[in-house]
Design a protein around this ligand. Structure first.
Ligand SMILES: [Zn+2]
Length: 139
């Protein structure tokens, strides 16, 4: 994607853009039990420890765990043409990411299909493009 990018305001705690211009999701890891979480949580999902402040970059690839098709959208901030698919993608860490799927304009997603993170532009401020994350088929 050309030009400078920045995460849209509502996902600024979930998405980072590397110096190479690659999207990465920010996860949390429990210092007590090692549970990896997404998005940010004040307590460990597994052991309720508060020692979850360490941020880690999550794997950029995963598999579609479940999906549905959005036919109506209230306040379409993402700006996609309806209908479009959304999914839970399971990353290698065992983390589930709720996400829009792109690249499925002419076909249905499939459970278990491998997908990778990508940018989805949602607007611009001056010459800076605001982006959110989405997942797309690999290959
Ligand atoms: Zn824990």
């Amino acid at each position: 994607m050309e030009g400078p990018l920045k995460p849209a305001g509502w996902i600024v705690e979930r998405l980072r853009i590397t110096h190479e211009g690659v999207p990465v999701l920010l996860g949390m890891e429990c210092a007590e039990c090692g549970e990896v979480m997404f998005p940010k949580s004040l307590l460990c999902y597994q052991c309720a420890s508060e020692q979850v402040t360490e941020r880690i970059f999550l794997n950029p690839k995963g598999k579609i765990w479940s999906f549905t098709i959005v036919y109506e959208s209230y306040g379409n901030v993402i700006g996609l043409n309806l209908p479009y698919p959304v999914a839970f993608v399971e990353l290698e860490e065992g983390v589930f990411v709720q996400t829009v799927l792109v690249g499925f304009e002419n076909k249905l997603p499939e459970i278990g299909l491998e997908v990778a993170i990508t940018f989805l532009p949602v607007g611009s401020v001056g010459d800076v493009k605001e982006v959110v994350y989405a997942f797309k088929p690999i290959g």
